[in-house]
Design a protein around this ligand. Structure first.
Ligand SMILES: [Zn+2]
Length: 582
């Protein structure tokens, strides 16, 4: 073999080696490209900059004296960063073995997330032993992280629920509305009460950290950081101590206690029962718990003070009396006769006192709450005037305590009846209206305004629940002062007369159960027909006399169980305990 041959042979072998090598390389490339391409693409794409959101703490809600009603407590949760999970099913299986999670829901949460670099919680409130176990076995659970999470906490459970409301996971509608606050799917926002109405203050602003990470998602360095901004705190006009007293006296009865300053409109107590525990919602309420609450016949989620609509019954006689006096339909000495019943058209309308009250004047009729007197007075005043004066006292419109959820009751008119019932307005309708029955419906909040106007002699106050909003540095962001109430165009002599009569209602009339040695109370009772004839609704609306403190009170008992005017008794007990403590 010549040297030439030898050379050519070696060159051929070299070519074969090169070509073989090329094939191997090409095969490897094809393999990478086709089979593992997606994984490598993901890793290279990830190993760059990443924005890690920094959560902010929700502002506190406090009572007027600074007592914390709603705050945040730190709990451990376990989360998964979807971008770092290789096999979701395998991970979920491993997690379920020691955490007992709802596999379907967790998988859905991980798959449907918008930002795959952001941790998604899979189980909240895990205990320390579970935390330790996870930290020790970190490698068996790729993609999981331990999160310390502030959780909304309500310190007095049911007692303040309807004032505070609760939080819940943001929905699509709220996401659009809240877009400027950096709210993302999975975040909690206020869903009811103060939590909802003042969400934009309480929410705060998320911060963020821009970091460089390696292919495994580990942070290499922090590039820039924006501190989160905690939410503002909301100071309420509510007095926790009074709220507790009211809730305790109301007990297990269905009903409302509303107490406020009749000069400023500050609400000091708002209790609606049955109630619910807002803490249930802070962890994300389960479907079982939710349907139990939503289907409860006691309607625990309903704020009866603002949304319950009832006939005002005899408490409405205050407005009929005011209209009659102001329009000179009746003088203070004029009388009507009560035989126990009155024939109007072909219908008999009865007084609550079967044997009748005999002859009485306006003050006596208020003190004894004579129905037949007011039937006759109402017919003389006329329905149009009665409705006109009802409007002056704020009926038929919301009070403004919570504009988003309040109801406005029903102030019937001739046009309304024609439309709703297809009938004209009959004298019998006026008779019913005169004692606050028939079509007329009011909320306890509206009656609070009515009795406050009587107490302060003619100013229609604007009741409110929030005193001040303060940022995390203690700076006052916004403070609320009483918005000057509309002046009701009724002479002060009429209010003087009403005030004197209502004091006598409690001293010697139907409101005697509220009379006590600690605080002087004036007010009016009412017993309203309800769907259950045996168990009417029971009202007391009243106020304390000026030498004490300017408090107005509304107590409404829905379907009372007791035979007596229990609302009046409860009002007396609550006010005397409040004034006894001071
Ligand atoms: Zn009578």
């Amino acid at each position: 073999m010549t040297r030439q041959d030898q050379f050519e042979r070696r060159a051929r072998i070299l070519w074969i080696v090169i070509i073989c090598g090329l094939f191997v390389l090409l095969g490897r490339v094809a393999w990478l490209q086709l089979i593992e391409g997606e994984r490598y693409f993901r890793i290279s794409n990830n190993s760059r900059l990443r924005l890690v959101p920094l959560p902010c703490t929700r502002g506190l809600i406090l009572d007027r004296k600074g007592e914390k009603l709603a705050g945040n407590e730190a709990y451990f949760s376990i989360g998964v960063v979807p971008s770092n999970v290789a096999d979701i099913d395998e991970l979920i299986k491993c997690l379920d073995e020691f955490l007992d999670i709802d596999k379907g829901i967790v998988k859905k949460r991980i798959q449907e997330v918008n930002n795959i670099f952001r941790p998604v919680w899979v189980k909240k409130n895990i205990d320390l032993s579970e935390v330790t176990y996870l930290l020790e076995k970190e490698e068996d659970f790729p993609g999981t992280v331990i999160l310390t999470q502030p959780v909304r906490s309500y310190y007095y459970d049911e007692i303040c629920a309807h004032v505070l409301g609760h939080v819940g996971e943001v929905n699509q509608v709220e996401l659009t509305a809240n877009s400027t606050f950096g709210v993302e799917p999975g975040d909690l926002v206020g869903k009811m009460g103060i939590e909802k109405a003042y969400n934009s203050y309480l929410q705060g602003e998320k911060g963020g950290r821009q970091v460089e990470v390696d292919a495994h998602g580990r942070t290499l360095r922090v590039i820039s950081e924006k501190e989160p901004l905690p939410g503002d705190s909301v100071y309420l006009t509510i007095d926790l101590e009074m709220q507790r007293i009211a809730a305790e006296k109301l007990g297990q009865r269905k009903g409302v206690v509303l107490i406020g300053d009749y000069e400023t409109g500050e609400i000091l107590t708002l209790v609606s029962h049955p109630s619910f525990n807002p803490n249930l919602f802070s962890w994300g309420i389960s479907e079982d718990e939710w349907s139990k609450l939503a289907q409860d016949p006691g309607d625990p989620l309903e704020n009866r003070a603002l949304r319950g609509e009832y006939p005002p019954a005899s408490t409405f006689k205050i407005i009929v009396a005011a209209a009659a006096l102001e329009d000179n339909i009746i003088g203070k000495e004029d009388t009507f006769f009560c035989s126990g019943e009155l024939l109007v058209g072909n219908r008999i309308f009865k007084c609550w006192k079967e044997e009748g009250h005999g002859r009485l004047n306006l003050e006596e009729a208020i003190i004894d709450s004579c129905d037949v007197f007011f039937y006759q007075l109402g017919l003389n005043v006329g329905m149009d005037k009665i409705i006109e004066y009802s409007r002056l006292f704020g009926l038929g419109e919301i009070t403004g305590i919570d504009p988003a959820s309040e109801k406005d009751g029903l102030l019937p008119t001739r046009e309304w009846k024609l439309k709703a019932k297809g009938e004209a307005w009959y004298p019998g309708d006026t008779v019913n209206l005169s004692i606050g029955q028939g079509f007329l419906l009011v909320t306890p909040a509206q009656m609070f305004r009515v009795i406050a106007a009587v107490a302060n002699k003619g100013s229609l106050i604007n009741p409110y629940l929030v005193k001040e909003i303060v940022d995390s540095q203690g700076k006052v962001v916004e403070s609320f002062s009483p918005a000057g109430g509309k002046k009701i165009p009724i002479s002060s002599s009429v209010f003087d007369f009403l005030g004197k009569s209502l004091r006598r209602v409690v001293r010697v009339g139907t409101g005697w159960r509220a009379e006590n040695e600690i605080v002087k109370i004036a007010g009016k009772t009412g017993t309203a027909e309800s769907s259950d004839e045996e168990r009417p609704h029971n009202w007391f609306i009243g106020y304390t006399l000026p030498d004490d403190a300017p408090l107005a009170i509304v107590v409404l008992i829905e379907h009372r169980e007791e035979e007596i005017s229990i609302a009046t008794q409860i009002a007396g007990e609550i006010l005397s305990e409040i004034f006894d403590e001071n």
